[in-house]
Write a protein that binds this ligand. Sequence first.
Ligand SMILES: [Fe+2]
Ligand SMILES: [Fe+2]
Length: 482
Amino acid sequence: MPETGQPFDEGHLPTKLGTDFISAFYRLLRGATLYNRKNDVIERLTQECLQAIHSALKLEGRLSLKIVRDNFFFNNSKIQVNVDQYAILKTFLQEMKNRWIGEVEFTEEVQGEQLKDFVYLLSGLEANNESNYLLLMRHLEQKGIDAITVGKLEVFKDEEVYVDSKEKRQFSKEVFFKSINMVKEVVDSVRHQKLVNIRKAKRLMQNAVNAIAEDESTLLGLANIKNYDEYTFNHSVNVAIYSIAIGQRIGIPKRHLSYLGMAALFHDIGKIRVPREILSKPSRLSPEELALVRYHPIFGVEAVMAMKEWGELSSRMMDAAFEHHLKYDLTGYPKPTRKRKLTLFGRIIAIADFYDTLVRPRGGNRFPYVSEKILGIMLERSGKDFDPALVKVFINMIGVFPLGTLVLLNTNEIGIVVQIQEDSEHLDRPKVNLLHYSNGEYRKGEIVDLREMDEKTGEFKRSIVRTLDPNQYQINVSEFII
Ligand SMILES: [Fe+2]
Ligand SMILES: [Fe+2]
């Protein structure tokens, strides 16, 4: 399995390339607010900036800069700031945040005039306009500059007030169900050896990435709903959602996030070659049947190879199919023929897959695990089965009580978890939408924050006593979170 094309490489920290680029780019941006583009100063600053861009492209093959909270990620590595660069990085950060631009990417070398076009467009953007990135992209397209892309600044939960935006949730819901249909379509095409509409799939994944950036909680909530019937399709979409959400939290740039989504969506594509009766067999599998099931990663690689349409994506799709049952210490299956390091995509998808497989009821009467227990298992096996850094990110994301969990509080109220706290100390104190019972049904009440303390007693106002089964209370959780 090729290891090239792995989009995320920790290990080295190209901090110097990153800070060189930022300071040259920042000087040029500031110059653009002071001088017109014919000025000698601009010419000099442009040349300096070009140099920084081109040496990064030469050494790393690409240049992407992304803002995640108050940090810069340069080609996916966090820039370590030292004291003398602090001021300039901080000012630049503010300039970009004012314009709502959170990502800049150069995919190939650009001409001086193109760079000037870009910088003058950027400097001329109005402050506080969330759609600036769209405007800028449109202008770049008109000018035929396709080596530069920009992305929207991402706002994270703790910076944001809890907004109950219907439109956003509608969009998320659409993406979710469209994705399920697309997986069905693709599986169908593969079964009948028809061509797969990859363009459509890619566009959908880009939408999914945007939806998760805007509205992570609805999508995580949808993924947590356990009672959809079509397990396989649903499972694929959930694994994609969890994977994209993990990727987003560790700062993978958008374009690669949609690749990750695609790879996750089709990680189990090899299962189409395992007979359905075996996959849904409630009783124990015979050794032969088990061997066949365990062959699905290899079938997956073969299925991807047979589809020419995946293009540049195919090596990542093969990695995901091959690696998702391999463990961090390389045990698991299938046995790799040589020592290899699992790709980042493989490690992410393995976590998402493990969680989603255990959290929902499957064929027969196998009882699903509660989330708390699964996270416990993952933590215990962190470093052996799973990448320990990613496990931490995942647990923070899911919380001890995942979105959509029905809980009983010590005040005898019941409610549904609607937001996980960002600080890991309070994973057991999410925000909960209280439910009130009246006229024979449960209705949405206020949203309370379980971190709230009672000033008189100095104790928490409300705490979770235990989780409840929504079916027993005839509550359709999805109505409350989407
Ligand atoms: Fe699998
Ligand atoms: Fe799976």
